[in-house]
Each structure stands twice: as structure tokens, then as C-alpha cells.
Design a protein around this ligand. Structure first.
Ligand code: ADP
Ligand code: ADP
Length: 232
């Protein structure tokens, strides 16, 4: 489970004349990691928005396990594709609420197990109110690294076969970013992962890359590079 296919995907934002993506085709096999890279404005996040169906392609199709994602129910889509974004943390609520968001059936054991894998359990245990601690608006009572680990715990608990990571290292200093690699790898293990980043420092050599190269005023060139090669 978890094969993603883009077939000749074009996308033009409703309020724009020029396409952002043109004729984008690639396949990600179940459990495979693919890195989507390119400079700011190249269209990387647009790929995430299409996968989550904030928008649908102007032309072409996106398939999940052979089915057009337009034919999936909202529930089925969210059970199958998860995005990791710090901004997705609830505006308020406790550590427990935030990890369990989207999984109302999860019990405390499930929540703690996810927190352990995400390397956030030890930290939560040092808090006076532990899992009942409010995280503050958009998690502002937590540090950036802790917020990111809470988001990882939530994604682990969601357990979707396809994962979209949109700039997971952005806003983190080098040390915090390095510390997050281990929980991130635990989250990615066995899941189809589309990793969107302009930060090439943390990209594994084994990953295939989609390189978006913007061209002024129109959709850029798109190259799909095999694993083990990179430009920089
Ligand atoms: P990246 O993630 O590579 O930085 P984006 O996918 O965010 O790039 O943006 C690609 C292009 O689409 C940019 O030119 C950006 O200005 C434009 N864009 C992004 N979001 C919107 C939107 N909601 N409406 C119109 N244009 C947008
Ligand atoms: P999902 O993330 O499962 O697709 P929704 O589409 O309902 O869920 O919500 C989108 C985002 O809105 C969530 O990721 C979350 O950040 C925010 N959100 C949803 N419900 C709440 C809530 N009760 N309180 C605060 N934020 C919420």
C-alpha cells in the first residue's frame, strides 16, 4: 500500500495566468522516499497541496494505489496521506490532545508509544502536568524542536502509508535539525515519503529527487533524478 503516481500533472493557480507545474510525472513506490527540491517559488509546496487536495490538477491525474485521489472520500484520503507541518498543531489544547488529534480512538498507551518513538516522551515527563500540559497557541509554549517532535508523534499515531514532509527542518538550528533526524527516520520507515525541502544537507544519497527549476514567468523544467546522484 502507498504507491503514488503523478501522470502528466499540470497546475495553474485559479488567480494566475501561468502554470506553476507542467507535465509532472513520477511514481513513488510503496515505502520509497522521494525528495522534491528546488529554490523558493519553484512549486514544491504546490505538490503537497495537490496531494492533500487543497487544489486539484488543472490536467493530468494523481493516483494512490491505482485510484485517482479525486475518487477517494475525504476520510479515506486523510487515512492514507498525512502531512507533517508544525503549523498543523492545534491552536491550544494539551500535549495529549495534540498527539491524539485525528485518532480519537487512541488510548494513553498508544499516545505514549508514539511519544517515545518521536523522542518527546522524556521531555513531556519532566513537565509538572505531563501529558495534560497545554502547548499554548500554535504550540508557542514549546520550543521549535519540541513542536516538531510533537508533530512527528501525531503523524506516527496516524499511521498513514503516505507521508508528505514539507520543509521539516525549516526554522530549526543545525543541532535541533540533526536531533530530529532519528525520530523522523522512525516515522518514515516503511512509509511512502515525499520530502519537500530546499535544504540538501539532510537528504539521504539513496533518495530519488524531483528537481523543480523555475523559469521566469512560466512553469519550470522538471527533472527526476535517480538515486545516488546530486548536483551540489
Ligand atoms: P515552493 O514551495 O517551491 O517555494 P510554491 O509551490 O509555494 O513554491 O509556489 C510556486 C509558485 O506558485 C510561486 O510562484 C507562488 O508565488 C505561486 N503560488 C503559491 N501559492 C499560491 C496561491 N495560493 N495562489 C497563487 N499563486 C500561488
Ligand atoms: P485534518 O488535519 O485531519 O485534515 P481538518 O481538515 O479538520 O483535519 O483540520 C485541518 C487543520 O485545522 C488541523 O490540522 C488543525 O491544525 C486545525 N484544526 C482542526 N480542528 C481543530 C480544533 N478543534 N482546534 C484547533 N485546530 C483545529
Amino acid at each position: 500500500r502507498g504507491r503514488i503516481e503523478f501522470h502528466g500533472v499540470d497546475f495553474t493557480y485559479p488567480n494566475r495566468r501561468r502554470p506553476t507545474l507542467r507535465n509532472l510525472s513520477f511514481t513513488v513506490e510503496p515505502g520509497e522516499l522521494i525528495v522534491c527540491t528546488g529554490p523558493s517559488g519553484a512549486g514544491k509546496s504546490t505538490i503537497a497541496k495537490l496531494l492533500l487536495r487543497f487544489y486539484d490538477p488543472t490536467a493530468g491525474r494523481i493516483l494512490l494505489d491505482g485510484l485517482d485521489i479525486r475518487d477517494l472520500s475525504r476520510e479515506s484520503l486523510r487515512d492514507n496521506i498525512t502531512i507533517l507541518q508544525q503549523e498543523n498543531l492545534l491552536f491550544s489544547g494539551t500535549v495529549r490532545d495534540n498527539i491524539a488529534y485525528g485518532r480519537p480512538d487512541a488510548d494513553m498507551d498508544d499516545i505514549v508509544r508514539a511519544a517515545v518513538l518521536a523522542d518527546v516522551h522524556d521531555f513531556v515527563n519532566t513537565l509538572p502536568r505531563k501529558y495534560d500540559t497545554p502547548i499554548g497557541q500554535r504550540g508557542r509554549l514549546m520550543s521549535g524542536g519540541q513542536r516538531q517532535r510533537l508533530a512527528i508523534a501525531r503523524a506516527i499515531l496516524r499511521d498513514a502509508p503516505v507521508l508528505v514532509l514539507d520543509e521539516p527542518m525549516t526554522g530549526l538550528d543545525a543541532l535541533t535539525a540533526a536531533r530530529i533526524m532519528e525520530p523522523l527516520n522512525r516515522l518514515m520507515a516503511g512509509r511512502t515519503t515525499i520530502l519537500i525541502t530546499h535544504d540538501l544537507r539532510f537528504i539521504p544519497e539513496t533518495a530519488r529527487q524531483i528537481v523543480l527549476e523555475p523559469v521566469r514567468g512560466r512553469a519550470g523544467r522538471i527533472r527526476v533524478k535517480p538515486a545516488g546522484r546530486r548536483d551540489t
